[in-house]
Design a binder for this molecule. Structure first.
Ligand code: SF4
Ligand code: SF4
Length: 434
C-alpha cells in the first residue's frame, strides 16, 4: 500500500468501516433512507463509499460530498447496528477529509472562517448577536420587514426561520449568569454550568432558568468564565481540527473548577462533550483529561433526576408530548430522565408520539442548508405529533425546539399547540419565573 493511501485511510477512519458487515439492519432506522430511498443515502451506502475511498476505488472525494451532506448525523443507525459500527466517528472524519479538499469560493471561505473561528467560539460575539436581535425587534425594523414582505424574499427560507426565533430580551435582562449560585436548602452537588454559544445568545432565559432549577434541587452552580462553544457545529461541518481546539479550551477552563458534574441543557452540545475522549484519543497529553471531562458531563435532566426531581405545583391539567433529541437518545443515551421528570409533575399527562426516536430533521443547520429534505422529515414527524392530541411539545435541544416551532407554523397549529424546552416547562410547572 502506498504511503498516500495509508495516510488517507487514517484520515478517513477507514479501519472503523471494516466492522460493517453490510447486513442492512440500520436501513429502517435511517430517516434519509426512509424518505429518499437511495442506498447512497443510507448508513450502509455511506460507509461503503468511505470504504471505497480508503481502498483507492474512489479517487475524487467530492463524490462523497452529497451523500455525507444529506446525512442528519442523528446516529440512529448506531443504536441498531449489531456489530457496533462507530458511524459517528466515520462520518466526522469523512466530512473533514472532504472539507479539507474542497475549494470554497473566497466569500464562502471568509464566511466559514468568521463563523467558526470568530463568532461561535466568542461569548462576546454571541452576546452582540443577542443584542442585535433585541435591537431588530425594539427599533421596529422587524415589524417593518415583516409588513413589507421582505421576509418572504429572503434566500434559503430565512424568512420562515425568522418567524420562529425566540423573543429577544433586552441587554439589561440578558445579564450574565452569576459566577456562583448557591443551593437552596441542603447542598447535594457542586456543578459547573455549560452556557453554550447558541443557548447563550438566543436562549439565555432558558440558561437562567436552568441555573435556578439546579439550585432548587440542591446544587451549588458555578459558571466558569473561560468556557467556549462545544465544537459540535464545527465537527458536523468538517472543521474537526477547530472542534479539537475548542474541546481543549473547555477542558482547561472546567478543570479549574472542582465540581461533581459539568451540566448542559442542549442535547447536541452534551453529545459533543461526552465524546471529547474519542475526539482527543489520538493525542496522549489530552486523552486522560478529555476522559475525565467526558465522564463528568451530564444533561440537566440527569442531575435534576439524581437530586430527586422537581416538585411541581398543582396547576391546570395538561397533555404533553416529548420530542426526543437524537443526540441525547443515540449518543448520550439519556432517555428516561426527561420522561421521569415530566411524569412526576402533578396534573401532567405525557403522551408519547409514534416513532418517538426518529429525528425531527433539525440536525444543527441541516434545516437551513438541506431545507427540502429537512421539511420532508419534519412533516412526517408532525403527523405523529398531531396524533397525540397534546397541547405542548417538550424538547431538550435548541435545534429541536426551533424545528418543532416551525412544524407548528407549517401545520397552522399556533392556536392550540406550543413547543417549549424541558427546562422552561419544569420551571413553569413549579412556579419559577425570571
Ligand atoms: S452499519 Fe451496522 S447495521 Fe448497518 S449495514 Fe453495517 S453492520 Fe449492518
Ligand atoms: S446518522 Fe442518521 S441520517 Fe445519517 S446515516 Fe445514520 S441514521 Fe441515517
Amino acid at each position: 500500500m502506498s504511503e498516500n493511501l495509508a495516510a488517507l485511510r487514517a484520515e478517513l477512519n477507514y479501519d472503523k468501516t471494516s466492522k460493517c458487515v453490510q447486513c442492512g439492519y440500520c436501513l429502517p432506522a435511517c430517516p434519509t433512507y426512509l424518505t429518499m430511498g437511495k442506498e447512497t443515502h443510507s448508513p450502509r451506502g455511506r460507509i461503503n463509499l468511505v470504504k471505497m475511498a480508503g481502498e483507492g476505488k474512489i479517487k475524487d472525494l467530492s463524490v462523497l460530498e452529497e451523500p455525507l451532506d444529506l446525512c442528519l448525523g442523528c446516529r440512529a443507525c448506531e443504536t441498531v447496528c449489531p456489530t457496533g459500527v462507530e458511524y459517528g466517528a466515520i462520518l466526522e472524519s469523512a466530512r473533514a477529509a472532504v472539507t479539507r479538499r474542497k475549494k470554497f469560493s473566497v466569500p464562502v471561505k471568509a464566511l466559514r472562517n468568521t463563523l467558526f473561528k470568530k463568532v461561535f467560539p466568542s461569548r462576546r460575539a454571541m452576546k452582540l448577536i443577542g443584542n442585535a436581535m433585541w435591537l431588530y425587534e425594539k427599533t421596529g425594523v422587524q415589524k417593518l420587514a415583516r409588513k413589507s414582505g421582505l421576509m418572504e424574499k429572503l434566500p434559503a427560507h430565512l424568512g420562515e426561520f425568522e418567524k420562529i426565533m425566540p423573543a429577544p430580551v433586552s441587554p439589561g435582562e440578558r445579564s450574565s449568569l452569576p459566577a456562583v449560585t448557591r443551593a437552596k436548602g441542603e447542598k447535594k452537588y457542586t456543578v459547573a454550568f455549560f452556557v453554550g454559544c447558541v443557548m447563550d445568545a438566543m436562549f439565555r432565559r432558558i440558561n437562567h432558568l436552568s441555573v435556578q432549577l439546579l439550585a432548587e434541587v440542591g446544587c451549588d452552580v458555578i459558571v466558569v468564565e473561560k468556557q467556549t462553544c462545544c465544537g459540535a457545529l464545527h465537527a458536523h461541518t468538517g472543521e474537526l481540527d477547530e472542534s479539537r481546539k475548542l474541546a481543549k479550551q473547555n477542558i482547561v477552563a472546567f478543570e479549574q473548577a472542582e465540581v461533581d458534574f459539568i451540566v448542559n441543557n442542549a442535547g447536541g452540545c452534551g453529545a459533543m462533550m461526552v465524546e471529547y475522549d474519542h475526539l482527543l484519543a489520538g493525542e496522549p497529553e489530552w486523552a486522560e483529561r478529555a476522559r475525565q471531562f467526558a465522564g463528568k458531563t451530564k444533561d440537566i435532566s440527569q442531575v435534576l433526576a439524581l437530586c430527586g426531581g422537581i416538585k411541581g405545583q398543582e396547576r391546570p391539567a395538561e397533555r404533553v408530548t416529548y420530542q426526543r433529541s437524537c443526540h441525547m437518545t443515540n449518543v448520550q443515551k439519556v432517555t428516561e430522565d426527561p420522561l421521569g421528570l415530566i411524569k412526576g409533575l402533578p396534573n401532567v399527562e405525557l403522551v408519547e408520539m409514534k416513532e418517538a426516536n426518529m429525528c425531527c430533521g433539525s440536525a444543527g443547520i441541516y434545516n437551513i442548508v438541506q431545507y427540502d429534505a429537512s421539511m420532508e422529515i419534519l412533516d412526517y414527524k408532525m403527523k405523529h405529533v398531531k396524533d397525540t392530541q397534546t397541547t405542548t411539545i417538550v424538547t431538550t435541544n435548541p435545534g429541536c425546539l426551533l424545528q418543532m416551532k416551525l412544524g407548528i407554523e407549517r401545520e397552522n397549529l399556533n392556536d392550540r399547540m406550543r413547543a417549549v424546552h424541558l427546562v422552561e416547562y419544569l420551571a413553569e410547572r413549579c412556579g419559577i419565573n425570571l
